[in-house]
Design a protein around this ligand. Structure first.
Ligand code: HEC
Ligand code: HEC
Length: 386
């Protein structure tokens, strides 16, 4: 590069400046000795050397201990911009009909409003589309936790025959041929060379910015909102483990045993946050975590989802079987839940009646818990301009 320009410069200039230039040349050789061996590796003309600008997303204080960026993929302004463009672009599907956002629609808190996801050419998948808010604080991905990083996860829907069905080599060719993407990769990664790894990294960076933190519940955690009496009652019931034997019986919905305090996700480490909440019959085709670990004790366990924006993400559960939050509450309160195959002990130990054989919430208590679940809606986060 500079070396070639330099020779040209000498040819066209006054002897004095040529001498000066020559001195620089000597200095250049001395100081940049390493350049000598790189002489044959001329950078390609389309390579961009400007480094991207690091920028951590705005992580709410109650999530900060969970937030981590991989050392080889720190969030940058340019990387997020690229990831966002890719996320909303149908170019990532074989026939240009499906984008990530087709199923993960921001207005529905990154879900699609249907029980089972529908991908390319109307093909139906086997599971419900999960929301993506606060995904950056998770460690296991998919309902059965089979992936362990967002980078690893993002190439799966692209190749999945029921989702985007795009071969990764073809993906790279399509992106290379696009008028904008080579430049955007250049800005994001310092090189215009497009690889599946960089596509995955950019998508992951964008997903790490998706925090929802202005629901009434978040504002309450930030001490900026006073819940109504009903919201407060619902919140208390949600987190309370019932104890009908206490001197003054303690009533509770038992939900917080699994949906934890600030995240409302399950426990982040290992598969602790995976539970069987009584949905899976012995002959079910989808047995959840057991398929991943091979352990019979993991039968019917699924990831405990975070509940932020839950009022926007119907239908519910890994197979989208419940249309409303009322139906979800009826499930947890149903008379036969304690006897479901391998149902979690945390469910079996939660009853509001002495020797009760189910949760035994009253109608009013269910309504109050639903009021709390509506407190989790963040109408600011879903406003998204692709
Ligand atoms: C056809 C609909 C569809 C498309 C397109 C799609 N997804 Fe998904 N996504 C799903 C479904 C369904 C699941 C759950 C699958 C499972 O658990 O087996 C999921 C799961 C995820 C998860 C894990 C969420 C969690 O809570 O563990 C992430 C992250 C994700 N998708 C990101 C993406 C990205 C990035 C793209 C684009 C490259 C994409 N998805 C394209 C339907 C879709
Ligand atoms: C034993 C642990 C456990 C308890 C207790 C529990 N949940 Fe869940 N919850 C889960 C799991 C696991 C899932 C996902 C199950 C699936 O899809 O197969 C889930 C799913 C949900 C969903 C649907 C989420 C979605 O994105 O589709 C809602 C809503 C919910 N729970 C609310 C509650 C409420 C309200 C309570 C208390 C009445 C409660 N949960 C008690 C573990 C639990």
């Amino acid at each position: 590069m500079k070396f070639n320009n330099f020779k040209q410069t000498i040819g066209n200039t006054h002897p004095a400046s040529a001498f000066l230039a020559f001195s620089f040349f000597v200095l250049f050789i001395l100081v940049g000795g390493g350049c000598q061996k790189n002489k044959n590796e001329e950078p390609k003309p389309d390579t961009i050397f400007v480094l991207p600008t690091p920028q951590k997303p705005n992580v709410p204080f109650f999530f900060q201990s969970f937030y981590k960026e991989p050392a080889d993929n720190p969030n940058t302004i340019e990387g997020v911009a690229l990831g966002k463009a890719l996320f909303f672009d149908k170019i990532l599907s074989d026939d240009n009909t499906v984008a990530c956002a087709s199923c993960h629609n921001p207005e529905k808190a990154f879900t699609d409003g249907i029980p089972l996801a529908i991908g390319i050419q109307g093909k139906t998948g086997r599971r419900n589309t999960p929301g993506l808010f606060n995904i950056a604080i998770q460690k296991k991905f998919f309902w059965d936790g089979r992936d362990t990083s967002l980078e690893q996860q993002s190439l799966h829907p692209i190749q999945d025959p029921n989702e985007m069905a795009l071969n990764l080599n073809k993906m790279v060719e399509k992106l290379k041929a696009n008028a904008n993407y080579p430049k955007m990769f250049g800005r994001a990664f310092g090189t215009t060379s497009i690889t599946p790894d960089r596509v995955a990294k950019a998508l992951a960076q964008f997903e790490r910015t998706l925090f929802s933190q202005n629901s009434k519940y978040d504002l309450y955690l930030k001490q900026l909102y006073n819940p109504t009496a009903e919201e407060l009652k619902g919140m208390q019931l949600f987190f309370q483990h019932p104890d009908p034997f206490a001197p003054t019986p303690i009533r509770g919905g038992n939900c917080g045993d699994c949906h934890l305090q600030s995240t409302l996700f399950g426990k982040p480490d290992a598969f602790f946050g995976f539970h069987n909440n009584g949905l899976t019959e012995l002959n079910a085709s989808d047995i959840g975590l057991q398929k991943v670990t091979g352990k019979g004790s993991d039968f019917g366990k699924f990831k405990t989802p975070g509940l932020r924006n839950i009022a926007l993400t119907a239908p519910y559960m890994h197979d989208g079987r419940f249309q409303t939050l009322e139906q979800v509450l009826d499930h947890y309160n149903s008379d036969d839940i304690f006897t479901k195959p391998k149902v979690d002990p945390l469910i079996q130990l939660g009853t509001n009646e002495r020797f009760g054989e189910s949760l035994k919430l009253t109608a009013n208590e269910k309504t109050a818990i639903i009021a709390f679940l509506h407190m989790l809606t963040d109408s600011t986060a879903i406003k998204f301009n692709p």
